[in-house]
Design a protein around this ligand. Structure first.
Ligand SMILES: Cc1cc2nc3c(=O)[nH]c(=O)nc-3n(C[C@H](O)[C@H](O)[C@H](O)COP(=O)(O)OP(=O)(O)OC[C@H]3O[C@@H](n4cnc5c(N)ncnc54)[C@H](O)[C@@H]3O)c2cc1C
Length: 437
């Protein structure tokens, strides 16, 4: 069965033919047949990566989404062993009623288990719990022409480390076991306050991050001058009591891709400004269910289509602590001066937990992420932003990237050669070819 697949940003536009597996035992056969016709391929989860890291150079991917069965669950220990195509939302659907939650979750619940491991995703609690990879106990890895390998911190440990954040290049993850964390309620108690500038953000983060499980900020990236760096700071925790309810799935959807982006500077400026004003100037406590807190964008299905046929790019970088405040100010000034930018940018302090993954993105510092409608004028802006990130000793996130230069990648991820040495030779993404060629 084949199906056209895309990356989330739809840029570069390179529709992929997906070769599906219905059963774990079919993975080797599908790999054989795709490779016989095309020589190269790549595993594909649910296409929630923005750039070209989930796109094969051959445009022929092994679609893992149908491998969506739970194999074994232990509700005493909070451990789930499932096929790699199970999504995080499917895990939450069975875990929440039993009082368990994902130890780490990205801002979408539609990523698969395999995709979350391959990008070693992080979330709003990175400062306390590190990345997704810190909570992976073991997984099965299928390399071409080899028997299925069990990988963990003690068995095939080198491949275990290379596969966490390994961008799908070391083999196909067929199943994985992860550790969940206990919760008493599916509701989140949060404290929200707006801040006027970056200095206030850093001081709020220093004061509140360690006291709360989750911490994140939204920045008005189009604000200039004295308003530059203003935003909304949010910290939260799982409520100590309350119900354990799974939220209803959203049915709202953008039905088709319009010819032009529906995002323009006029709508963006108005939205960002109104959002900032809508939030309280004094610290205010709120209680909400988990979905609007973790996954606000998932409520509108296919929201990526509003960027039209040209698609969009996300720019996500992390800057080490020592340089973060100055570099973030420079980045925001460059973005605002270029008059380009997105709905609220996400600012987040990352902690110092060490991931088992070789090529994990976060480092102790501050991460900034924002979306840009695709246009010719993005290239010169990204050159300026990249120069600031490089000078500050930071790096870009491969899961979001469609433009990073090979030299920036190799400089920022010196372990890339170790991953290349362990890459399954039949697996090649457009991203990997671009940054290692
Ligand atoms: C709204 C939104 C919010 C997001 N927020 C965050 C965030 O807060 N933090 C964060 O870190 N990321 C975030 N992301 C990015 C997203 O979580 C990652 O890109 C994730 O890896 C996507 O998973 P996927 O299953 O869709 O995989 P895909 O995008 O399809 O693939 C991602 C990578 O995984 C590999 N892969 C997929 N399945 C397998 C498998 N079975 N075996 C081996 N390799 C495999 C692919 O080859 C590819 O390299 C966000 C994305 C969106 C759309």
């Amino acid at each position: 069965m084949t199906r056209q697949l895309h990356s989330w940003g739809r840029f570069p536009y390179a529709p992929q033919t997906g070769h599906g597996c219905s059963w774990a035992g079919e993975v080797t056969g599908v790999l054989d047949s795709v490779v016989a016709e095309n020589s190269l391929t790549l595993p594909y989860g649910n296409g929630r990566s923005y750039g070209d890291s989930c796109l094969a150079t051959s445009d022929q991917v092994v679609n893992m989404r149908s491998l969506d069965r739970f194999i074994q669950v232990d509700w005493q220990q909070g451990r789930v062993l499932a096929e790699a195509g199970v999504t995080l939302s499917e895990i939450l659907a069975i875990a929440i009623p039993r009082g368990w939650f994902l130890s780490v979750t990205p801002g979408t619940q539609f990523a698969t288990l395999g995709g979350a491991i391959a990008n070693d995703v992080h979330g709003k609690n990175h400062h306390l719990r590190g990345t997704f990879g810190n909570h992976v106990l073991r997984f099965g890895l299928q390399r071409h022409g080899c028997p299925l390998l069990n990988c963990s911190g003690t068995e095939n440990a080198e491949l275990f480390a290379a596969t966490i954040g390994g961008l799908g290049l070391t083999g196909v993850i067929t199943w994985a076991e992860i550790q969940l964390m206990p919760i008493h309620s599916s509701q989140i108690e949060s404290t929200v306050v707006r801040f006027a500038n970056l200095a206030e953000f850093f001081s709020l983060s220093a004061e509140l991050d360690q006291q709360h499980e989750y911490s994140v900020a939204w920045i008005d990236c189009l604000a200039k001058g004295s308003q530059s760096g203003r935003g909304v700071f949010i910290v939260g925790d799982h409520a100590p009591y309350g119900s354990l309810e799974v939220n209803e799935r959203s049915k709202l959807s953008v039905p088709l891709v319009p010819p032009m982006s529906l995002i323009n500077n006029f709508t963006l400026k108005g939205f960002n400004s109104a959002y900032w004003r809508a939030h309280p100037a004094n610290r205010t406590r709120q209680r909400s269910s988990y979905e609007p807190f973790f996954y606000p964008l998932d409520r509108l299905l296919h929201w990526n289509r509003i960027y039209g046929r040209r698609g969009f790019q996300q720019y996500q970088c992390v800057i080490p602590d020592a340089a973060a405040e100055v570099a973030m100010a420079e980045l925001l000034t460059a973005i605002a001066n270029a008059g380009q930018g997105s709905f609220l940018a996400v600012l987040k302090r990352c902690g110092d937990a060490v991931s088992p993954g070789l090529l994990s993105f976060p480092l102790p510092g501050t991460s900034l992420a924002l979306d840009f409608p695709q246009s010719a004028s993005l290239a010169p802006l990204f050159v300026r932003l990249d120069a600031i990130v490089r000078a500050a000793g930071g790096r870009l996130y491969p899961a979001k990237d469609a433009h990073m230069t090979g030299s920036d990648f190799r400089q920022a991820y010196p372990a890339w050669e170790a991953l290349e040495a362990l890459r399954d030779p039949i697996l090649m993404s457009r991203f990997w070819k671009r940054v290692t060629a």
